[in-house]
Design a protein around this ligand. Sequence first.
Ligand code: SF4
Length: 382
Amino acid sequence: MKYVDEFRDPEAARALLHRIEDLAGRLDRPLRVMEICGSHTHTIYRHGLEHLLPQQIEFIHGPGCPVCVIPMGRVDDAIWLARQPGVILTTFGDMMRVPGSKESLLQVRATGADVRFVYSPLDALPIARENPDKQVVFFAIGFETTVPSTAVTLERARTEGLDNFSVFSNHVTTEQPLRAIVDGGETEIDAFIGPGHVGTVVGTKAFEFLAEEFNRPVIVTGFEPLDVLQAVAMLLEQFVSGEVAAGRATVQNQYARVVRPEGNTVAQKLMERVFRTRDTFEWRGLGWIDDSGLAIAPEYAAWDAEVKFTVPGVRVADPPACECGSVLTGRIKPWQCRVFGTACTPATPIGTCMVSPEGACAAYYNFGRLDRETANAVTILD
Ligand code: SF4
């Protein structure tokens, strides 16, 4: 298949792995590389990349799975909205399975609430047109990748005067949590594999602070296995060449077939028009981070569910058994959580990281399940 097969070519993968082994052999220390985006985590485990790489390279899974970072209180708020008389709550399929403090949206639907999954926020507009006597709310999540589609939906609702539609915004941005992780010092990260989807919107320039302020190399990367292997080789070259040691880490664009340095400026202007930055927002595992969430701008207040309804603003701690916070910040691997694969599975998730296929726990459960030593013992490398 064009644009897929050429990025999964075994000969090209072997050549890249040999190059990586050669470069890794010249490192003076092991490297911890954070892949920010959940889609990269999925690629890494689906294709067994971690077990193919030399021992000097360890992947740390970052907070870039949008479902995973939603705190339990915001799920409870969405459930409260779904229970209001005359409300139809719409959201992406994965969000329906995320556990709130007592139940999930899927369970709430089973008790009679009208909760519907959609593939795009735009799919919620026909539901609003067809149900003029109901209030249709879209429970919006995601990083800069999905913010433009919510913004387009809000613009369309305003243009049409569709006043029985609103958005419960839980959109977040990438810069501040990355600053929190690097600044916090709890997790040592040497380099980053940057998110190609987010890069499409914000451009490679949005990650320059990591190189300029923290001397961490970033490779904005695509999502096929060869993309990730090439990104690892590019990172190693920055270390082996002595550029990082000299304080000259840079941002490079491996995903140049899609991402431009300046990103999608049309989408950026749309986001600026429709959203404003919240003073602070709660993240699962990272706590409250200033300037990291997006609320709907006052000009669109008539379509803002947090203005239209008295959303309770629930604050609730994660269940004691759940270690998603430690997984999301790279402090532990998923299989080190004491309920991984026993009480917590994709069919019975306790935490968010087991819900979406992009979640690190789900990726490990579906494709990995083994710690690295065990996996290396059973993996045959040529
Ligand atoms: S195994 Fe379940 S509870 Fe543990 S960190 Fe992963 S998602 Fe959270």
